[in-house]
Ligand binder design. Structure first.
Ligand code: SF4
Length: 348
């Protein structure tokens, strides 16, 4: 198991809840636009938000952003160790940097001392484009090279006594990413920030993120996740939340299971399933609701649901805890099923 660290008040690693991250898309100096993205991300389920700190103006905005933000913030810095120090001193809850590109030994020591003095954790790691030459020569562009490069980044800070480290090793290739994280989880106990980098957008980006992150989570690997999607903060957070739910890592929601329907289905089960999913999207308790297309197989198939419905031409059977409780007309199926859902939620 990974060790536990704290990002602000949020525990990461050591069996803590897997947290959801995203990254803002507007320049960090524009406080109100950044806050709009942060608030929107948090309202959808983000636990941590990362901001790019590119220059002095961005760094100068951090203190105000930290004061306004409802969640911990991570400053993402490249090349300039002064910006890293300024960010930490502004109170950000974590920094993301690459010790290999912030200006050599003295810079690494200065940042390390600042991190330790402020108790601020740091994420370091590799991605396909940042692997050092020596690892490329030794391992080629591979999972092994990614993992070794990430561990090497951590070692640059470890030498100066930094211990609150989160590691990442991302590739845009799903299989390489998954293997790199497997290697990291075998070779260190740092909390792991998992994601598939430059996954793209649309359906393929979503699938790459879901398969990469999902398969790691199913193996118990990953302490915080970011779904990188070209397209915006909201999409990323919703996708991450759905991956946590689909893998069973997050159980506190209403899971609507429904059959694919077939020639035995005599009512619009797909539309009903969609309506029930919409009506229960804000539920934060584990409940399984089955919407099945027919009574022939529906009741049996939906038996492990807490509440369910199996439709027919003129009547639908509602069942609770696997037992049929009453029949209703398909025209009132949504209303009647939701009554049982609400009753179940009130009792449990
Ligand atoms: S539950 Fe009924 S309608 Fe749905 S797929 Fe199975 S047999 Fe077909």
């Amino acid at each position: 198991m990974s060790k536990k660290i704290f990002v602000g008040g949020l525990a990461m690693g050591g069996g803590s809840r897997v947290s959801v991250q995203t990254m803002t898309t507007v320049k960090t100096e524009y406080v109100s636009a950044v806050m709009a993205e942060i608030n929107s991300a948090v309202s959808l389920g983000a636990d941590i938000v990362r901001l790019a700190v590119r220059d002095e103006r961005d760094a100068a905005a951090l203190r105000e952003l930290v004061a306004l933000s409802p969640c911990p913030l991570v400053a993402d810095i490249h090349f300039d160790y002064h910006l890293a120090i300024k960010s930490v001193e502004s109170g950000v809850h974590k920094v993301r940097l690459n010790p290999g590109n912030i200006g050599g030994e003295r810079a690494i020591k200065a940042v390390s001392d600042c991190l330790k003095a402020n108790g601020t954790p740091v994420r370091v790691g590799s991605n396909s484009g940042s692997i050092e030459k020596e690892f490329l020569e030794k391992y080629g562009r591979s999972a092994e090279a990614l993992a070794e490069s990430a561990l090497y980044s951590a070692s640059l800070l470890e030498r100066f006594g930094v211990q609150n480290i989160v590691l990442s090793a991302k590739a845009s290739d799903v299989a390489t990413t998954v293997r790199a994280y497997e290697l990291l989880s075998e070779r260190c106990d740092y909390p792991l920030h998992v994601g598939v980098t430059e996954a793209g957008g649309g359906k393929m980006g979503l699938l790459k993120g879901a398969i990469g992150i999902g398969s790691l989570l199913l193996k118990g690997i990953g302490d915080t996740v970011r779904v990188s999607l070209t397209g915006g903060v909201e999409q990323e957070v919703i996708a991450a939340r759905d991956i946590l739910r689909a893998t069973g890592v997050d159980k506190n929601f209403a899971e609507v299971v429904s059959c694919p329907t077939c020639g035995r289905c005599d009512y619009d089960a797909a539309a009903l399933a969609e309506k029930i999913a919409k009506a229960t999207e804000n539920v934060q308790k584990p409940i399984k609701i089955a919407v099945m297309g027919c009574v022939v197989n529906g009741v049996g198939e939906g038996k492990d649901a807490d509440v369910g419905i199996a439709g027919g031409k003129d009547k639908c059977v509602i069942f609770v805890g696997g037992e049929a409780v009453r029949t209703v007309s398909p025209s009132v199926a949504e209303e009647e099923l939701m009554k049982e859902v609400r009753a179940w939620l009130a009792k449990n």
